[in-house]
Design a binder for this molecule. Structure first.
Ligand code: TYD
Length: 213
């Protein structure tokens, strides 16, 4: 079973993916947690290129890099794990490319879908959980993480200084996610403005239901 956790940066998906993997392991399941881009050595090298802000990467080149990382991940890690009967929890999968490179950057959606299909070899998540959050709240969480009492350490004017185009980009990504997430039961949308505990409770409920099917 392949479970993908998706959402904007700051939606809490990395935390929730970890909590879910832990929960399933305690329940006696054989679980593998992967993240995109990354996980494999090649994927990590690609991630370093992608997240290096000192370099300009054209949208098409960016898409191809994410897809290259995905192609490697699917064949090197996902296919063997799924064949061995493991539950794979993926922190982002192909829907990220559709939302960010397609809806966000404006590349043709058919092109992204086609490359997604090639990179994944047609592998689709059994369950996609979208943690829906407003770009403003997502950014706020990234700039001011849990470490309260340290006001002033991090720039509180970050949001003000962020170019409007940055927010507009994230708004398109969010709308894209909401349009492209599969309908239930394969896809579920959760309100990520709720507390971490409440979001996790809902994730467990959804996953338990999927496991029972
Ligand atoms: P992620 O690792 O989730 O962020 P974080 O560093 O906060 O854990 O994702 C890194 C960035 O990659 C994120 O801004 C979204 C972007 N991304 C795409 O644009 N397209 C994709 O296909 C994927 C997988 C990620």
């Amino acid at each position: 079973m392949l479970i993908a956790i998706e959402g904007l940066d700051g939606s809490g998906k990395t935390t929730q993916a970890r909590l879910l993997a832990e929960y399933l392991r305690k329940r006696g399941k054989d679980v593998l947690l992967v993240e995109e881009p990354g996980t494999t050595p090649t994927g990590k090298a690609i991630r370093a290129i992608l997240l290096d802000h000192g370099r300009e990467i054209l949208p098409l080149a960016e898409l191809l890099l994410y897809e290259a990382s995905r192609a490697q991940l699917v064949r090197e890690v996902l296919e063997p794990a799924l064949a061995a009967g493991k539950i794979v929890v993926a922190d982002r999968f192909a829907l990220s490319s559709l939302a960010y490179q397609g809806y966000g950057r404006g590349l043709p959606l058919e092109l992204v879908q086609e490359l997604n299909a090639i990179a994944t070899g047609g592998l689709e998540p059994d369950l996609t959980i979208l943690l829906d959050i407003s770009p403003e709240e997502g950014l706020r969480r990234k700039v001011q993480p849990a470490s309260r009492g340290e006001a002033g350490v991090r720039p509180t004017t970050f949001l003000d200084r962020l170019e409007e185009s940055g927010l507009e980009f994230l708004r398109r990504v969010r709308e894209g996610y909401l349009k492209a997430v599969p309908p239930p039961p394969r896809g579920r949308v959760l309100d990520a403005h709720l507390s971490q505990e409440e979001v996790f409770r809902q994730i467990v409920e959804i996953v338990e239901l999927a496991l029972a099917l």
